[in-house]
Ligand binder design. Structure first.
Ligand code: PGA
Length: 258
């Protein structure tokens, strides 16, 4: 078993009003197990961040609050965008970068994500950088090459002293969301090993401490098996954790699988 903590959280995508997100935080905080070595997080839409960060501030066991995206510039003529310092001013802990939906629907390139990773870590944010191959890339047998390229460009130029601010989410694109086909632990294991050895090569001992989370159709029935895969340190969940009961049940399964 690794010495790294377990991480567990959900991305609400484009769901929830500020009141709904704050109510979710309160209800989750009341029932979620708070164990040492287990870090929970939730990633509501940008409009909910202030309300959720206010809840987290009042919670000694703080569930990390994450943003779903940000721009790499500190400020400027970027209509509709949000900067890292705007997020830290709200009390946000973490920013999700490179989710498959942003890469796919909004054409985010690895080079853009690299700029975002550097800007976010400079501003003191943690980054959850998502990587994952499409169904075609898997069919052609280039899953490893795909995630390595995403990882190496995404983290390019990151100083080793900032490695502790990074988390990696491995999310095969073919397994995400409605219509996604759940991966098996056997699918995940070789890619997790590839990511782990790349992180060690890039950052040495600090790279060994970077958590790698699995995401894509995670639910209470399969979460334990994913966390049982060597090199996987937790789950990044969508639909199954969008209710407090679902969050709790999927988290419980994840912790059972340690
Ligand atoms: P899902 O979403 O758990 O609903 O498949 C995962 C994700 O989009 O990160």
């Amino acid at each position: 078993m690794s010495s790294r903590p377990i991480y567990f959280g959900t991305n609400f995508k484009m769901h929830q009003t500020p009141d709904e997100s704050a109510a979710f935080y309160r209800a989750l905080a009341a029932v979620a197990p708070r164990e040492p070595g287990v870090q929970l997080f939730m990633i509501p839409p940008a409009t909910s961040l202030a309300a959720v960060a206010a809840e987290a501030k009042a919670d000694p066991a703080r569930i990390w609050v994450g943003a779903q995206n940000m721009h790499w510039a500190a400020q400027g003529a970027y209509t509709g965008e949000i900067s890292a310092t705007m997020l830290t001013a709200l009390g946000v802990d973490l920013v999700l970068l490179g989710h498959a939906e942003r890469r796919g629907m909004f054409h985010e390139r690895d080079e853009d994500l690299n700029r975002k990773v550097l800007a976010a870590t400079d501003a003191g944010l943690r980054v959850l950088l998502c990587v994952g191959e499409t169904a075609d890339e898997r069919r052609y047998g280039v899953s490893d090459e795909t995630v390595l390229k995403q990882l190496k460009i995404g983290l390019h130029g990151l100083d080793g002293s900032r490695a502790g601010q990074v988390l990696i989410g491995y999310e095969p694109v073919w397994s995400i969301g409605e219509g996604g086909i759940p991966a098996s632990p056997e699918d995940v294991a070789p890619v997790a090993a590839t990511l782990r050895s790349a992180l060690s090569r890039l950052f040495g001992a600090a790279g060994e401490q970077i958590p790698v989370l699995y995401g894509g159709s995670v639910n209470p029935d399969n979460a334990g098996a994913f966390v049982g895969v060597d090199g996987i340190d937790g789950c990044f969940v969508g639909r199954s954790a969008w209710t407090v009961d679902g969050y709790r049940a999927t988290l419980a399964a994840c912790l059972e699988g340690r």
